[in-house]
Design a protein around this ligand. Structure first.
Ligand code: CP
Ligand code: NVA
Length: 342
C-alpha cells in the first residue's frame, strides 16, 4: 500500500506505522537532495497555503526549520511566541484551535502537555505538528534517524546509546525511533531513572521491536554501554521548562554519564555523536558559566561549563550534531509536504 499522510497530524510518532515513519525519513533525504540541486526554486508545491507556528517555549532550530521549509514550499508563516497570544491563558486551547483552523492549513505547536497538541489537532481540523512537548519531540526524531540513515545506510541491527537524562522527551523519542527502524538502543544513566521511562511507551516499542528487529536495554556503565555502538546520543541534563534549581541534583545524578573521549573510544571507531542541541559543552553560555562557577568545585565534571558532553568530543570529527541540525529543515519540509498534501 502506498503511504498517504494527507490530513494527518504528527502528534506522537507512536500514532504512525513503520512504513509511514520510514517514508518520512526517505522523503526528507529526497528533499535534501532536491534542495542541493536547486530544484526547489521552481517547485513551490504549497503556494497559497499558510501555516502558524506556536511556541510556549523558545526555539532556534525548530522555529527556523519551519520558517525556511515553509518558504521553500511556497507557504506563508505566522510566528506566535511564548508571550505573543492569549492561548491557554485567556482563551482555551479548543477556541484558539477553532480560530486558527479557519486561517491556516497547518499548525506547529511547542509546549508542555501532550494533551494540548491533541486538542489543537482535534479542534482545528488541520494537520498539527508537535514541535516538542514534555513527552516527545517527533519532528526531531525524523531528522535524527534521517541523519543516521544518510551515514549508516540501513539502520536495522545498528546500535545506539542514549546517555544521560533518558527519562525525558528525547530519551523516549529516541527509543521510539529505534523501535521503528529496528535498532538496538541502550538507555544509559542512573538505575533510578529506569522506572521513570513510561511503561505504555516501552510496551508499544516492544511490539515494534518484534516487528522490525532491534531491542531495548538499560545500562549504568557508560564504557560497557558504548561497546560496538554506531551512535552515541545525548541531551541536556535539565530540559526547557524545568527550573534552574534542578541543575545541582541532576549534575549529582548524571556526573558519571557525561559523553567524553573515553566513551567515544570504547565504541566502534566509526561511531557518530549526536545531540538534538542546544548543548552545554563549554562555558560560552550564561547557564554553563554559572554552573561552572557554582558547582565546578563540588562536581569537577562540570568545572569547564561542559555538562552532558565534553568540549573535546563536541569539537571532534565524531560530532555530527550540525548535520543533524541542518536535517531538521529537510525533515520538517517532508512532514509538512506529506501531511498538507499537494
Ligand atoms: N533541537 C531543538 O528542538 O532545538 P530548538 O530548541 O532550538 O528548536
Ligand atoms: N530535552 C530537551 C530537548 C531540546 C530540544 C528539552 O526539552 O528542552
Amino acid at each position: 500500500m502506498p503511504v498517504n499522510l494527507k490530513g494527518r497530524s504528527l502528534d506522537s510518532l507512536l500514532n504512525f506505522t513503520t512504513d509511514e515513519v520510514n517514508y518520512l525519513i526517505d522523503l526528507s533525504i529526497d528533499l535534501k537532495k532536491s534542495k542541493y540541486q536547486g530544484l526547489h526554486i521552481n517547485n513551490r508545491p504549497l503556494v497559497g497555503k499558510n501555516i502558524a507556528i506556536m511556541f510556549q517555549k523558545d526555539s532556534t532550530r525548530t522555529r527556523c526549520a519551519f520558517e525556511v521549509a515553509a518558504a521553500d514550499l511556497g507557504m506563508s508563516v505566522t510566528y506566535i511566541g511564548p508571550q505573543g497570544s492569549n492561548f491557554g491563558k485567556k482563551e482555551s486551547i479548543e477556541d484558539t484551535a477553532k480560530v486558527l483552523g479557519r486561517f491556516y492549513d497547518g499548525i506547529e505547536f511547542r509546549g508542555f502537555a501532550q494533551a494540548d497538541v491533541d486538542a489543537l489537532a482535534k479542534y482545528s481540523g488541520v494537520p498539527v505538528w508537535n514541535g516538542l512537548t514534555d513527552d516527545e519531540h517527533p519532528t526531531q526524531i525524523i531528522a535524527d534517524f534521517m541523519t543516521m540513515k544518510e551515514k549508516l545506510g540501513d539502520l536495522k541491527g545498528k546500535k545506539m546509546v542514549f546517555i544521560g537524562d533518558f527519562k525525558n522527551n528525547m530519551g523516549h523519542s529516541c527509543l521510539i525511533g529505534a523501535a521503528f527502524t529496528g535498532m538496538h538502543i541502550v538507555l544509559c544513566g542512573p538505575q533510578s531513572y529506569q522506572k521513570e521511562v513510561r511503561k505504555d511507551v516501552i510496551d508499544k516499542c516492544k511490539k515494534l521491536f518484534e516487528l522490525n528487529g532491534g531491542s531495548l536495554s538499560f545500562s549504568t556503565n557508560k564504557l560497557e554501554a558504548a561497546k560496538d555502538a554506531d551512535v552515541i546520543y545525548t541531551d541536556v541534563w535539565v530540559s526547557l521548562g524545568e527550573p534552574f534549581e534542578l541543575f545541582e541534583s541532576r549534575i549529582n545524578e548524571l556526573q558519571n554519564f557525561q559523553v567524553d573521549m573515553a566513551m567515544i573510544k570504547a565504541a566502534k571507531p566509526s561511531v557518530m555523536f549526536l545531540h538534538c542541541l542546544p548543548a552545554f559543552h563549554d562555558d560560552h553560555t550564561e547557564f554553563s558559566k554559572e554552573i561552572a562557577a557554582k558547582f565546578g568545585a563540588k562536581f569537577p565534571v562540570v568545572k569547564t561549563g561542559a555538562m552532558e558532553v565534553t568540549d573535546e568530543v563536541f569539537q571532534s570529527k565524531y560530532n555530527k550534531a550540525f548535520d543533524e541540525a541542518e536535517n531538521r529543515m529537510h525533515s520538517i519540509k517532508a512532514i509538512m509536504l506529506a501531511t498538507i498534501g499537494y
